[in-house]
Write a protein that binds this ligand. Structure first.
Ligand code: PAF
Length: 286
C-alpha cells in the first residue's frame, strides 16, 4: 500500500513544508490540478514521483479561469477519491487551499498578463481564461517553489503559456510535458468527461476522429490550412449534436498560423458536447 499523502490546506503550512524540503535538499515536483483526477493526472504524478523526492499535487478549482459561472458550479469535485489517487500515484503532499485562502480579499487586483495567449484559440473563445490560468499558476509556483512542474499536452495552449511564463518571468524551474492519455476509443481523458451522458460520451469521440482525419490528409499531401479545417469540420458535422468551436493547425513551438502545412504541427480542436466544452490535439510532423 502506498503511504497517504499529507493534506495541507493553508498557504502557511505549504510554505513551511517547502522550507523543510529545502533544508533537507529534497527536489520538489508540482502537479497543478483542479481535481477530479483521472489517469492523465496519474501519469503526471507518477512521472513526478519518478524524478523528484517530494511531489506536491495542488487541487484548486480556480474561479479566475472560468468565464461561465455555471461551468464553475458544475466542475466535478471528488476530494476523497482525489486524495486516494494522488497518494497511490506517489504524491507526498496534496495542497487543497480554499478560495478564501487563495484570495482572501476577493479576486486579485494584480494578475499576470498572458500576452498573445489571451486571444489565441482557447483564449479567444474564453475571454479571461488564459489570464486566470497564468495568474493561478504563477501563485502556485510562488507558494510551492517547485524544481520541476508537470503539465499534460492535452491543454496544449496552456502548456505553451506555462513554458513562456516560466522563461519570461524567470521562475527558474523545469516544465515537463507529458503525452495525452486516451480512453480505448480515442477520447482524451479529461475531468469534464464525467459530465457527459452515455450518448454524449460516444458523440465526443468525434474530436479524435477529426484530428486523425486531419493527420491523414496531411500525410496524403494536403498543405493548405483552409482545406484541412474544412475536412476536420466535415467529420465533426457528422455528429449533429456536437457544436464545433474550432478545428485547425498551428506550429507546435509558438502556435503561429502555418503558411503551409509543413514542419512540426499541432492539430487542435474544441467543441461543445451536451453541456461540456472539450478540447483535444494531435502532433503531426511533416
Ligand atoms: O489544467 C488545469 O487543471 C488548470 O488549468 C490548472 C493548470 C491547474 C490551473 O488552474
Amino acid at each position: 500500500m502506498s503511504p497517504t499523502a499529507r493534506r495541507l490546506s493553508s498557504i502557511e503550512e505549504m510554505v513551511d513544508a517547502r522550507a523543510d524540503f529545502a533544508r533537507r535538499s529534497r527536489a520538489v515536483g508540482l502537479v497543478a490540478t483542479m481535481g477530479a483526477l483521472h489517469d492523465g493526472h496519474r501519469s503526471l504524478i507518477e512521472r513526478a514521483a519518478a524524478t523528484c523526492d517530494e511531489v506536491v499535487v495542488s487541487i484548486f478549482v480556480n474561479p479566475l479561469q472560468f468565464g461561465n459561472a455555471d461551468d464553475l458550479r458544475h466542475y466535478p469535485r471528488q476530494i476523497e477519491r482525489d486524495l486516494e489517487i494522488a497518494s497511490q500515484s506517489g504524491a507526498t503532499v496534496v495542497f487543497t487551499p480554499t478560495e478564501e485562502e487563495m484570495f482572501p480579499s476577493g479576486p486579485p487586483a494584480v494578475t499576470v498578463d498572458p500576452g498573445p495567449y489571451a486571444t489565441l484559440l482557447e483564449g479567444g473563445s474564453r475571454p479571461g481564461h488564459m489570464r486566470g490560468v497564468a495568474t493561478i499558476v504563477a501563485k502556485l509556483f510562488n507558494i510551492t517553489r517547485p524544481d520541476r512542474t508537470f503539465f499534460g499536452e492535452k491543454d496544449f495552449e496552456q502548456l505553451t503559456l506555462v513554458r513562456h511564463l516560466v522563461s519570461d518571468l524567470g521562475f527558474g524551474l523545469e516544465v515537463i510535458a507529458m503525452p495525452i492519455v486516451r480512453e480505448v476509443d480515442g477520447l482524451a481523458m479529461s475531468s469534464r468527461n464525467a459530465r457527459l451522458s452515455e450518448a454524449e460520451r460516444i458523440q465526443a469521440t468525434v474530436l479524435h476522429r477529426a484530428l486523425r482525419r486531419g493527420a491523414r490528409i496531411i500525410e496524403e499531401g494536403c498543405r493548405d490550412l483552409g482545406e484541412l479545417e474544412r475536412e476536420m469540420a466535415t467529420v465533426v458535422a457528422r455528429e449533429p449534436e456536437v457544436a464545433l468551436d474550432y478545428a485547425t493547425a498551428r506550429m507546435s513551438d509558438d502556435l503561429s498560423v502555418p503558411i503551409r502545412l509543413e514542419g512540426s504541427l499541432r492539430l487542435l480542436i474544441a467543441a461543445t458536447v451536451g453541456p461540456v466544452r472539450l478540447i483535444d490535439n494531435l502532433a503531426v510532423e511533416r
